[in-house]
Design a protein around this ligand. Sequence first.
Ligand code: FES
Length: 56
Amino acid sequence: MYVCLCHAITDTQIKEAVSQGDSSLADVKKRLGVSNQCGKCAKMATNIIQRQVDIE
Ligand code: FES
């Protein structure tokens, strides 16, 4: 599903970013550009990142 509509970034892409070493919203923002426009996706993106970090 789409998490960041401004950049059409999906939860799968965010999980892949964590698999590649990202562990915070700042990391994923740098890699994918998530949450660097309107910012509405920040909370959901943070939740997905945190859940994925806990799994890995
Ligand atoms: Fe992600 Fe706007 S929805 S920056």
